[in-house]
Design a protein around this ligand. Structure first.
Ligand SMILES: NC(=O)c1ccc[n+]([C@@H]2O[C@H](COP(=O)([O-])OP(=O)(O)OC[C@H]3O[C@@H](n4cnc5c(N)ncnc54)[C@H](OP(=O)(O)O)[C@@H]3O)[C@@H](O)[C@H]2O)c1
Length: 284
């Protein structure tokens, strides 16, 4: 699931490269899936599935052995994911790899993480074999900030707090390793890049890379939320989510883990490499 999304698409391309049989699910199978060309078509089955439509899930899961579950954040996320899990269990799917998030705890200060905890609990209660991936912030999120950064400003509410970033291609690689591995063991993998980087340091690195001075503007949490709703035109729930995550990074210092190296046997992709790869997006 989520074949058109950040992690699901990365996983899809890894599975195609490995030659693993894969069925890509999307609500819009008539639209191109990012990066998929006609050359991939013989190895790839694309099917319609909407987690809001149980019959579509039943049809899409038929004959499948393992499920990757990544779902867009939103008010119905817990309901949609638990439904997908129930139908996966009924369909005889033997293992689920679920994309969760840090601080997936019942009393987490981040509402989305409380939702992930509820879904993880559902998997545990059902007794379905599963692997939980808890990635920190995707480096790819930074591309959404690129237009403002190109104008010389990086806005946040994290002060000097270090923040973990992970390249979502590494999350896809970990998911592929688990899904194609001979033994799927239950487990939780906390996934980060090799270093935690503060917003002022991030602004500095992009300044050096682009040759343009990027100023970090540190706002109070309420100001950041207002800025995201008014300037970035985010929906209120998403502005709340971004603000909560930044507050969590302030309250709980972030440190890199060895989660990716333990599964893949290689170090994770670096933030500097990601910034170099997308340098033009951060330039005026
Ligand atoms: N972004 C981050 O930094 C970050 C960090 C840690 C954890 N996470 C977690 O990652 C998860 C999102 O994963 P992602 O970033 O890979 O996804 P994403 O890029 O947000 O894409 C969301 C995917 O969800 C699918 N989807 C949405 N509604 C659906 C429905 N009703 N039925 C079936 N599929 C549906 C979409 O598929 P179609 O539109 O093709 O149907 C799309 O492929 C979230 O739960 C988030 O909490 C994100």
């Amino acid at each position: 699931m989520g074949a058109t999304g950040a992690t699901g698409n990365a996983l899809l391309h890894r599975l195609l490269a490995l030659g693993a049989p894969v069925r890509a699910l999307t609500r819009t199978p008539h639209r191109p899936i990012p990066g998929v060309t006609d050359a991939h078509r013989p190895a790839l089955e694309v099917r319609y599935a909407d987690a809001a439509d149980p019959a579509s899930l039943r049809a899409a899961f038929e004959g499948a052995s393992r499920l990757f579950l990544a779902m867009a954040n939103g008010p119905a996320q817990v309901e949609l994911e638990t439904r997908a899990i129930d139908i996966a269990a009924q369909a005889g799917i033997g293992h689920v790899v679920k994309v969760s998030a840090p601080a997936a705890e019942p009393d987490s200060p981040v509402a989305v993480s409380r939702g992930h905890h509820a879904v993880e609990e559902h998997l545990r209660a059902l007794g379905l074999s599963h692997t939980v991936l808890r990635p920190y912030a995707f480096m790819q999120n930074l591309l959404r900030l690129a237009p403002a950064v190109a104008r010389g400003v990086l806005v946040g509410a994290m002060g000097e707090a270090p923040c973990n970033y992970v390249d979502c291609r590494d999350v896809g690689d970990v998911a592929a390793a688990v899904l194609t591995g001979p033994d799927v063991a239950d487990g939780v993998h906390v996934l980060t890049g090799p270093e935690a980087v503060s917003h002022p340091e991030l602004a500095h690195r992009i300044s050096v890379l682009t040759g343009h001075r990027i100023r970090y503007v540190d706002l109070a949490p309420d100001e950041l939320r207002d800025h995201l709703v008014r300037q970035a035109q985010m929906p209120a729930w998403l502005a709340d989510h971004v603000t909560e995550i930044q507050q969590l990074a302030v309250a709980r210092p972030e440190y890199p883990t060895d989660g990716i190296a333990r599964v893949l046997g290689r170090p994770p992709r670096t933030l500097d490499a990601f910034l170099r790869e997308h340098r033009d997006r951060f330039c005026r």
